[in-house]
Design a binder for this molecule. Sequence first.
Ligand code: ZN
Ligand code: ZN
Ligand code: ZN
Ligand code: ZN
Length: 400
Amino acid sequence: MDPPETDLEPSNKKLEVVKEDGPSFPCDLYDSEVVHKIAQILLPGLATACVDNTTGDIFRGPAFVAVDMRKEMVDYLTQRSETFIAEAVIQNGETDMEASEHPTDIISDFIEDFASSKRNLLGRVSSWLLSERREDKIDDFVQEMELNGFWLLDRRQAIAQTLLKNVDFKNTYHCNMKFVTAEELAEHTGQCIFRCMDCTSEGCDASFCAVHLEKHESVCPFKILPCEQKCHEYLARREMDRHCITVCPMKLVNCPFYIVGCQSTIPRCTIEQHRLEFLVSHMKCILQRIHKEASEEDLKHRAQLMGKLDPERLSEAQDARSLTFVVKDLDAKMGPVEHVTASKVDEESMETASKVGEDPMETVNEPKDIPQEVESQTQPSQKDVNSSIKREDADSQRES
Ligand SMILES: [Zn+2]
Ligand SMILES: [Zn+2]
Ligand SMILES: [Zn+2]
Ligand SMILES: [Zn+2]
């Protein structure tokens, strides 16, 4: 992070120059990712030039020309990169320079130009250029150079740095700021967007250019995040999937009455609430299996009546098996299924007072408009649950 000692050394002599020529403590930081990429493509580029230059040559293999070729290539790339901006201006006009072109692509084009200029007569034959044998030879030679430490990465990085600075005229991938004093420079390097920084998440040992902080944080496996399913826990990204499908209280599960026909999927921590809110609906599901011929409307009505018969026992039934047991028991006591039409329900609710006492069932139960109320409370709350789940989905999508 701190500028190398040698950069701070120039001391008084340079300071004097500074006063005449303007600031002379440059920040030499750059996007290390891009420099690394450029350094990576240098070696295969050199291998290509060497292989194509010596193909079919019985006296010289690629290794024979490698030293000279490397020197030529570095000179060529340096020179091309130095004149790149001037050429781009001439070709495209100052306003329309190829701003979108990435330095790696620019350098890659230079390398290709260099390698193709080095092809010997046989190397130019298209059947050779397209052959797998050529690809293999190039790969082999890259490996050979790597094994022999022929052109070490840090030396290639140094060249890549120069090339990057030459072609990156918009200063997108390197810093071009200059300072009058070493102190100013030192202060800047602590803030520079190209300074190297370590990930602050516990357990993560990644280092990167500050400019890539956001990118890293968006993938860092150790970054602490709120639960994706919106329970109250915070956990590392790498723990998230496991948490969500195992211990998370917001994990979606089937209703415990799934086997009798409730299709709801609900957050695990709301099972109890769902069980109580949808008691009548779950009872109706069970009644449907007992009275296969009966209509929806009649069974709903019967479930509502039944709900008033023994509410305590019904609401205590935790699972499909125990609820089925209670429902069957109460159903047996209720006698045949009463047939009600929608209009009759309305009629009844209006005439409740006069009808109470006429029907033996009615004497046991509350007036019929009360079960209806229960139902009308139940229905909207089902919608509420659904819409709140949807809302959460939308929230999490927006966040991600
Ligand atoms: Zn800087
Ligand atoms: Zn990290
Ligand atoms: Zn959770
Ligand atoms: Zn359910």
